[in-house]
Design a protein around this ligand. Sequence first.
Ligand SMILES: C[S@@+](CC[C@H](N)C(=O)[O-])C[C@H]1O[C@@H](n2cnc3c(N)ncnc32)[C@H](O)[C@@H]1O
Length: 328
Amino acid sequence: MAGMDSTSGTIETAGTSLGDLCNRIRAEIDKLYREGIVYGDNGFSRSLYPTSVTPGRGKFLGDLVREVKPAATLEVGMGWGLSTLHMLEAMVENGGVRQPHIIMDPFQEKNYHNGALRVLRAAGVDRFVEHHSEPSEIFLPKLVEQGRQFDFAFIDGDHRFDGAFLDVIFVNKLLKPGGLMAVDDTELDAVHLACRFAETNLGYTYVGGHSDRGDKGPGRHRNRNSRPRPQVSAYRKPVEEQPERSQIHFNSFFDDFSPYIRLERLASNRLAHEGLEALRKGDREGARRAFREALRLDPTHTKNMLRYVRTYLPPVLARAFTGRGKDG
Ligand SMILES: C[S@@+](CC[C@H](N)C(=O)[O-])C[C@H]1O[C@@H](n2cnc3c(N)ncnc32)[C@H](O)[C@@H]1O
């Protein structure tokens, strides 16, 4: 591993000035985006997309690092090394890399033919990186065991729910209080859910996000309870120690998970319809039961709340209360 510069407390740059190093990293980033191709060992080559972070997502990541000025950084999933380059560019701009940037990816050699490692070498920043070829679910717990602590983590590894969830859980154990967790592909249900757990149960605060298509975002994932889902999001770990969590209960973290809500809403609408039918037939008990059940499924439905209250009122008052005819 590269030595330390004793005056600045950063990893030495092998005689290159920080300014020159920044230019070299930027030149490599621009070249990769311009050509759209990355090269691996033994003549292997592949398109940069869809694996790599886009320029917009990379800038978002770099700007976070510029702002937070982290000493200790961690990354899950290496791909073609574009996100790593953006983070290291920001760290060099901040005055140098203070600790090796820890990154893990079990498929760098097998699937990526060491493309990212070559990219990092070409940009002159391989000396700042400590790459581990174990999967994050194996390597992150080892870092926990070693008592390691980080200021900033970027997660862009296994995008299945179990993988993303484990990454969030272990990164939470590794981040210092107030540390930042950035996560790519948060528009995906699985990744979004893992991050929502951090927000709803671990006290994380959403600090911002970026979508390549701007405010329009991936609309199909929205529903009326949720905010738009950016393609990359950042969350801050709470500074204060959190109250001990219940061993049994957890806060719901899938409220805005669209398929779930859609099913619940369909069921709630069907019950509301049954309630209205019952009202028409003068069956106030039946209507009350149906509206109560509909509200249990979708408590935000104000109209069903009014309909439910109405079943307790005498018919004349009920009509005055809702201002509607007998069908509510
Ligand atoms: C979308 S790519 C990362 C792209 C990268 N951020 C970039 O900008 O080039 C996802 C990476 O996660 C890696 N990966 C998949 N499962 C993993 C795991 N369990 N642990 C660590 N990395 C994993 C893949 O090999 C792949 O390199």
